[in-house]
Design a protein around this ligand. Structure first.
Ligand code: GLN
Ligand code: ZN
Length: 757
């Protein structure tokens, strides 16, 4: 049985691409050096995949920032505000990715959104009425040729035409349907070139096919490929789906002239049923996604073989595949030198998944699969009892009743009590929590880890940073302060390290956006709070100021969504276990004099099932209660904040209101505050702080710009419900841009306040 993967992580085993890119951004290395670093990563990945015996190795899965952005450039869907800057091609690309502020001009970055139900973020392409889509770039061909020169005929991977048009944002009056001709022509030319270059397979990624599709969507999809595929020559074209099943477009997909269809049998709940019901087209190859591309657990060979056996009854044309790109898992277990073998033997990162594919393919071809050595080894792993059970926690979760999820008194009552307590001005200003994680903090953490710095000295440094941060915020004139989160490497990993039941890794980095990576902790057993996690820092910070200091926690849904979850108990069970622990921390903060507590649910929207029909049952029915449980025990005068980032909230706005927080801040500036109308229409009850400027870009927003944002907010939301804040935490920013940005924010709020009174 042949094997392939959908894509490989491109950041480098030790995040080499991140470090090279950031050096380039800081002007420390030239473009050629960055290109060389990138090439080295590509070639080493290529070698690795080749050595693993992988049959079809992807190319063009590399990206300097994001694959969707690459596709926008490939197809000339790039706004003139970037091309007109007159920068080099690479810098124009980075201007669209990160914004640009310099001698050539001042432009904002493209909007960024979460990639389906993952914690990866893509750049949203913009299409204007006058956008001319055509094949404008050569990157897929260059990378194909590069691999050829290194002895591998790869399977180029390109974001598919349908998904591209669905992800784009239409700035004018035209819609996706108006771009069918141009787009199809561009993709057809691309296939022609691959034909000439001698490619055997080309993979078009079409994850949007697993979402709910209307008749119009299906028509768009068919129209595109009816035009693209007839010119494909001798190249075989694979329609690759992932993150779900293709229940809506199954017929259309099979009817088109694709040579291969990639289905996800891990997340696609109906994938197997669809094959059972409809069979599989004789003339096509089934790329069967059976190795989980999102989680780090070893594949269960017995379960995989059962599905394979069933698939074999419908087709003998099967290529064994991962369920999605391996972009979503860390690179290699080889660098996990500290993790005990008793854990590690359960893990498979990207490199180990390559080995699993090879093993499964061998076993599947064996006369007696169950007797192969690899199969038996795998079975032994799965039948062994795992440690980490906590019966007390399980009992507490089982004993929860409806009233545990209700905070009293009701919101309106609390709002009055809190207004009296805090006496905040109109448009109170605050930040989302973290302040720039400067080099001194990061290197101190590294030194602590290596034993070169004592815990006492490390803690002294953190206290000094907190004191500086409090002083800075007072000088700037913010109303509700934060301690700055200097003690945290990451908003989830930090808690993972403090909770029992979690294990954490050393080098398990996963790309989140651009050069930013996260290191998700691993839920190993039942979760409980071993000790207070944040209290001492918040109490210390509060002791330095008369202004209210926000306690800062990450919520249960986000902790779970940004961890590698267990697969042996339900997500709901895990979320409630974490909620128990965070609630203890909330009550502890309150008991220690913290009056405002922010519980971040940055990732709440992220794991919302891609299909609406699965939303409640599969997710919202436990995610919202888990959050409510965290704060339902606090006093009426304690103000609970929450925060969410880059998401489309419109469709779950009621559920968000129903989380029953007192204040919510969220990302809004990158999407031009479009969320405001939705809040207005729904009579949003919770007080809100829609972010007034984008923190993912180094540019400094002017006071006027911020005033304009507040003006837009005021036009739709009652002034007494509005907060003014950046759209996310500041930890990835430098002080150079943070201080002037916050000064502008505070003076903008003050001016609007004066104009209002
Ligand atoms: N409190 C966190 C911070 O400020 C929130 C980050 C996030 O939403 N991603 O960094
Ligand atoms: Zn955020």
């Amino acid at each position: 049985m042949k094997t392939t993967i959908i894509g490989y992580p491109r950041i480098g085993n030790l995040r080499e691409l991140k470090f090279a890119s950031e050096k380039y951004f800081r002007g420390e290395i030239a473009a050629a050096e960055l290109e060389a670093a990138a090439k080295e990563i590509r070639l080493s990945n290529l070698q690795l995949q080749k050595n693993s015996g992988l049959d079809l190795i992807p190319s063009n899965d590399f990206s300097f920032y994001d694959g969707v952005l690459d596709t926008a450039f490939l197809l000339n869907a790039v706004s003139a505000r970037y091309t007109a800057l007159g920068l080099s091609a690479l810098d124009t690309y980075f201007a669209a990715a990160r914004g640009y502020q310099g001698e050539k001009g001042d432009v904002r970055a493209l909007a960024m959104k979460k990639w389906y139900n993952t914690n990866y973020h893509y750049m949203v392409p913009e299409i204007d009425d006058d956008t001319k889509i055509y094949l404008a770039g050569t990157k897929p061909f260059d990378l194909f040729n590069e691999a050829m020169e290194n002895g591998v005929k790869t399977k180029p991977v390109i974001l598919g035409a349908y998904t591209f048009l669905k992800l784009a944002r239409y700035k004018g009056t035209k819609t996706a349907a108006d771009f069918i001709e141009q787009t199809a022509e561009a993709y057809a030319s691309l296939l022609q070139i691959f034909n000439e270059l001698g490619a055997e397979w080309v993979q078009f990624d079409e994850p949007s096919l697993v979402k709910d599709m209307t008749a119009e969507d299906i028509a768009l999809f068919s129209a595109l490929y009816e035009k693209i595929l007839p010119n494909k020559g001798s190249v075989s074209v694979l329609a690759q789906t992932y993150f779900g099943d293709v229940r809506d477009c199954c017929k259309a997909l099979c009817a088109l002239e694709f040579d291969g269809i990639g289905l996800d049998f891990v997340e696609g709940r109906q994938s197997l049923d669809l094959v059972r019901a409809n069979g599989f087209p004789k003339n096509k190859t089934l790329f069967a996604g059976l190795v989980n591309g999102k989680n780090i657990w070893r594949n269960n060979y017995a379960a995989t073989l059962t599905i394979l056996d069933e698939l074999k009854q419908h087709t003998d044309n099967i290529v064994l595949n991962t369920s999605c790109s391996l972009l979503h898992v860390p690179c290699t277990l080889r660098n996990e030198t500290k993790l005990a073998e008793s854990y590690k033997k359960h893990f498979a990162y990207a490199e180990e998944k390559l080995a699993e594919l090879a093993e499964i393919s061998k076993i599947a071809d064996a006369v007696n699969p169950a007797e192969t050595e690899a199969y038996c080894r795998n079975q032994a792993l799965y039948s062994a009892q795992r440690s980490g059970r906590n019966d007390a926690v399980r009992a507490k979760v089982a004993a929860l009743t409806d009233k545990d999820f209700v905070r009293l008194p009701v919101f309106a009552e609390r709002e009055k009590i809190q207004k009296k307590r805090f006496h905040l001005p109109l448009f109170p200003t605050t930040t989302i929590g973290s302040f720039p994680q400067t080099a001194d903090v990061k290197s101190a953490r590294t030194a602590l880890r290596k034993g070169e710095l004592s815990a006492a000295d490390y803690e002294k440094l953190i206290e000094r940073k907190i004191a500086e941060c409090v002083k800075l915020q007072e000088e700037i004139g913010l109303d509700v302060l934060v301690h700055g989160e200097f003690e945290r490497n990451d908003m989830v990993e930090y808690f993972g390290e403090c909770l029992d039941g979690y294990i954490f890794t050393e080098k398990a980095w996963v790309q989140s956006y651009g050069t930013r990576c996260v290191k998700p902790p691993v839920v190993w057993g039942d979760i409980s709070r071993a000790k207070p996690m944040t209290v001492r820092w918040s109490v210390y910070a509060q002791s330095l100021t008369k202004k209210p200091m926000k306690g800062m926690l990450t919520g249960p849904v986000t902790i779970l969504n940004w961890s590698f979850p267990r697969e042996d108990i339900s997500l709901k069970e895990s979320a409630l276990q974490i909620a128990l622990a965070i609630r203890e921390e909330v009550l502890d903060l309150e008991a220690n004099g913290i009056k405002i507590i922010q519980v971040d649910e940055a990732a709440l929207r992220e794991k919302l099932p891609l299909r609406k029909s699965d939303w409640c049952e599969d997710y919202l029915d436990w995610a919202i209660p888990a959050f409510r449980y965290v704060h339902s025990g606090v006093k009426p005068e304690t103000q609970i904040h929450t925060h969410m980032c880059y998401s489309e909230f419109a469709d779950i706005i009621r559920e968000i209101d129903d989380m029953d927080a007192d204040v919510i801040t969220f990302e809004a500036s990158r999407s031009d505050l479009t969320i405001l109308d939705v809040l207005k229409e729904n009579n949003f009850r919770t007080e809100v702080g829609p972010g007034v400027y984008d923190i993912h870009s180094p540019r400094v927003p002017s006071k006027e710009e911020i005033k304009a944002a507040i003006g837009k907010m005021k036009a739709r939301i009652p002034a007494e419900k509005l907060w003014v804040n950046p759209d996310c935490g500041l930890k990835t920013r430098g002080n150079e841009e943070t201080v002037p940005s916050l000064k502008n924010l505070v003076s903008a709020a003050a001016e609007v306040r004066n104009e209002n009174s």
